[in-house]
Design a protein around this ligand. Sequence first.
Ligand code: IGP
Length: 265
Amino acid sequence: MDKLTEIMAHTREQLAPRLRPVSEAELARFGERPRTGPGFIESLAKAPGLGVIAEIKRRSPSAGQIAELPDAEEQARKYLNAEADAISVLTDEKYFGGSLKDLWTVTDFIGDHRRSTPCLRKDFMVHPIQVLEAAEAGARCILIIVRALKDDEIARLSDAAGLAGLDTLYEIHTAPELERALRFEPEMIGVNNRDLARFRTDLAFSEELIPQIPRDILAVSESGIFTPEDGMRVFEAGAKAVLIGEALMKQEDPGQLVSALHELE
Ligand SMILES: O=P(O)(O)OC[C@@H](O)[C@@H](O)c1c[nH]c2ccccc12
């Protein structure tokens, strides 16, 4: 069994006690609610140069322990100071050391500081209940990992996100996955440079796949970006934004990398 299959099985198991039908009305409550600040895609689209989604990630199956972080607020503060365009909060506990509580902590912190940086709930989504949890916690976007899901599951998640007024990041890693993603009329696609089954990371995945993404869809390059030069490679391939975890978690001041990426042209 590959790692992604293992994680998905674990996620489904964890979810079982919380599973219940989620009505359209419950989701639509969030969709109808007036919100302050830009949406997730909007914030990336208006960023100068390469937009930056800064990720809060304590550990991962491939990197092991990344950062000792008792409170997600610490990292949220750094990311706001660094002028990140969006924040990704990993909410998976077992493999990434995050939690839904982290997401609440981060969105509360942003609100308390009168900022409007939009957040992504980064998790292995399989059921609309997780979309509802994301909306309740103040996220503006969810992740759909195309290779982990069947078409009907993707449709159900993407409908739920639409009702709740959330953007969706469709994550792909191969050309056939891009084909599948395009059937759901995505507004944003992320090319994961890391193969979630084998954990090999190579920016060549972005260089090959991003040029195949239609121009009107916002293209994100995810994983394995450490330097402005890495950013330049994916920017030249057509990425409008990058999703960075490890490199930003390990920096005392993430602002330098963020501003170098904003300056690309
Ligand atoms: O730490 P990195 O190499 O900068 O990667 C960040 C992000 O792309 C990665 O955490 C990620 C991309 N897709 C995912 C899906 C699930 C969990 C994690 C991920």
